[in-house]
Design a protein around this ligand. Sequence first.
Ligand code: ADP
Ligand code: MG
Length: 351
Amino acid sequence: RIPDVPSQSTKMKVYIRIRPLNSRELEMGNRSIVKLVDDRMLVFDPKEDDQPFFFHGVKQRMRDITKKQNKEMQFVFDRVFDARSENENVYAGSICEILPSLLEGYNCSVFVYGATGAGKTHTMLGNDTSPGIIYLTMRSLYSEIEQLKEEKHFDIGISYLEVYNENVHDLLNPSSGSLHLREDSVNGVIVAGMKLVQIVDASHLFELLRQGNSNRTQHPTDANAESSRSHAVFQVFIKMQVRDSEQVQIVKLSMIDLAGSERGAATNCKGMRFKEGSNINKSLLALGNCINNLADGVKHIPYRDSKLTRLLKDSLGGNCQTVMIACVGPTVLSYEDTYNTLKYAARARTI
Ligand code: ADP
Ligand code: MG
């Protein structure tokens, strides 16, 4: 039996993760643009006097009198993870809380949002020494399921898709080409021909992620060689059946590494890249419009406006648990991107 409401509130949980300084930022010694007040509140573009910037232990006085007045905008989120936080901390302070709802029968989704270079893929996938939130989530999920095994029977399958240029590709079966989305009143959104893989153990998951990532579309652009213009959608389908009962329940966990949120204009795109740019805007724009309408309580949610939102129709809003981790750069070099990301994230938090 499905409870009427999940034990957790279905309000979207929004977290900010501040990336540590990279070597270029360390070298340039630019002013920091985010100041933590506590673990939930930050000030964007604080007054410089409030926060002297120390570079190699020396207080910097780099006041630019032509500069506009500092914005000094306060933002409150469900939690702000500072530059010292590890993937483990981010996992434990965010997604860990929604896992019980998943096993109660509610679809859950986790988005990482932010400009290129802000730390989305590091958060989602991490590396060998610091595995990302996909791995950490799956690890907990398996241990949770292990404990419920007596009561319920579980079948788990995963898929890994990419939305690129408004085409859906299967990262676990790249030869299948562009896949079609279908909708059916019983099963919801279906990706025709998508491969659903049963995972044997953790090392198998690692191998699948590695394999899937090597199939991701990566096109270096002028703005950033590591720019990723695609959305990567990792999904876990869990079929649960209470032992000695006929009733079967299917839930879905989606984890999405969104394409860079920076504006197309900033990347100096032309021709093919320009088309990519406008299509990426289409999916991110549609996601933003869905979020806006959900936040305003508008009845019509424009899920159909893009491939990404169609794919996630049953995982966004309604009785779903949604988590957004917005990644931001720490210095004035990412001023516009960080500002836009904080505004977007603050908006999402009103859902
Ligand atoms: P995005 O996916 O948003 O474009 P990445 O995750 O690729 O950004 O991060 C850009 C660079 O910064 C990468 O080299 C990544 O390893 C590094 N990086 C990002 N976040 C962190 C972090 N929290 N700790 C250490 N390195 C990080
Ligand atoms: Mg990335």
